[in-house]
Design a protein around this ligand. Sequence first.
Ligand code: PMV
Length: 331
Amino acid sequence: MSEAVAIAHPNVALSKYWGKRAVGRFPAVPSLSVTLSGLTTRTRVRFDRALSEDRVVLNGAPGDDGARARAVDLLDRVRRAAGEKRRAAVDSSNDFPTASGLASSASGFAALALAAVRAAGLDWDIPRVSDLARRSSASAARSLFGGYVELDAAHPVPREDDILAARSIAPADQLPLLVLVCVTTEGPKAVGSTAGMATTMAKSPYATAWLEEAPRLHARLREALFAKDFEAVGELAESSALAMHASAIAAGVIYWTGATLDVLAAVRRLRDARVPVFASIDAGPHVKVLVRPQDASGVHAVMRATAGVRRVIESWPGQGARLEAAIGPVS
Ligand code: PMV
């Protein structure tokens, strides 16, 4: 028996990726994220001769067919690389809502990739593990790293075996900020991000506009981050999220609810009152509010009092994925 336990955190993309190349999980646009402490996924992988098939447990219950198939796919890649024949038991839990646009796939596949690689005794460096995680969920490639992280767009016509990993571009203290995750529902989302982006690319009259605009926003956001300009980073992050959702909404892919709009309105009112605060939204109804540390407690109170907000999770730039424990042939 050999096993490893890894911890990873979700990340929020300040400049979003939305849209894949025709082959594999290769992003069509670059993205820049910040890895979030305050939300955690913990995943144990055990390769065990006694198992006749892979077992996948998510938050204490057997994973559904889709989740299981994606985990088995990652395990198969690791088994092929390591010459490992044994089946695995995977046990993963989140301390935040799963599959509802809170980036559980990012932290989930980052932790699974690291735990599986180490349990199989592979000595892959973190960029190699990031590439593996990307094959399950492109945003997961970024959660291997802490602080501010970039994932390039892929070559327009990638080959399945091309390596594309994320990389760290600035430490967690590059730009002091807090992310207030305004949770608007605890249930799973209706449309997964892979299906949502495929529909956007196939049907949205604004898909091309998004694919052209995203790299420009990304380049400006990168510069603002290096200039440590919180307001410019926040404005560009909000623009990226709104442009992404505008392209999706035009294809009928609507992740927002009334609560999402109420939080956006509260953010705007705060800005009118000269509090620099900005919003980001992923493939779900929750809003991630970007705020300076000195404004966090006041903004937190406003968000908590906003209709439809069930709770507010405070998070801040944090560490990348790491191993918590290992037994057996870990390199
Ligand atoms: O990692 P995926 O393929 O599930 O896509 C995530 C897409 C967004 O979260 C909406 C944006 C991003 O860059 O993380």
